[in-house]
Design a protein around this ligand. Structure first.
Ligand code: GDP
Ligand code: MG
Length: 169
């Protein structure tokens, strides 16, 4: 049986969380904004290194960051911002806090989405935040699919290492 791993995709509304999950699981970009209702859970088989795992992806709507029960048992959090909106990067500090306080052992990956549109503020700021979070910083585009597989495989990899760490402790 495949091992099931829960991961969170978090960030302000309209940064492209749902689009990234759709591009990753369905290989399509609908270009539509559907105001996600609270929570969407999608499962997808992913490779973590050379092991297949069942990723349970929790896409949490922007306004639900305080619903800490959604984070329970998550092994990794993807913190997404929009490279055209500086404010969405600033807000990630709040999301990071929620992740760290509810699931302290979870791995974290910082993602700047909509890279097809280009940065409208220094990319360095995203890198500094990722540094502060002790997390890798990656950019992606849900629109053209650039690095979408990579960000989710990085997330899966971090999730697996966090579970392995937990087993040892
Ligand atoms: N240009 C561009 N637009 C995107 C990208 N990802 C999402 N969008 C658009 O941004 C809006 C919000 O996306 P959505 O996935 O619903 O954001 P969410 O609220 O974080 O789930 C939609 O109109 C998407 O079409 C991207 O990588 N590039
Ligand atoms: Mg959404």
């Amino acid at each position: 049986m495949l091992r099931s791993i829960k991961v969170i995709v978090a960030g302000e509304k309209t940064v492209g969380k749902t689009s990234l999950v759709e591009q990753y699981t369905l290989g399509k970009f609908s270009g539509q904004y559907s105001h996600s209702l609270g929570l969407n859970v999608t499962t997808h088989i992913a490779m973590a290194g050379n092991r297949p795992v069942k990723l349970e992806i929790w896409d949490i709507a922007g306004e639900y960051f305080e619903r800490t029960e959604f984070y329970r048992n998550a092994s990794a959090c993807m913190l997404v911002y929009d490279v055209t909106k500086e404010k969405t990067l600033q807000q990630l500090a709040t999301w990071l806090n929620v992740c760290r306080s509810t699931v302290p052992k979870a791995g974290v990956v910082v993602v700047g989405n909509k890279i097809d549109l280009g940065y409208r503020f220094p990319q360095k700021w995203g890198e500094l935040f990722a540094n502060y979070a002790a997390a890798p910083h990656l950019t992606a585009s849900a629109r053209n699919g650039d690095r979408v597989d990579l960000i989710f495989s990085e997330l899966a990899k971090r999730a697996v290492s966090s579970i392995d760490l937990e087993k040892k402790s």
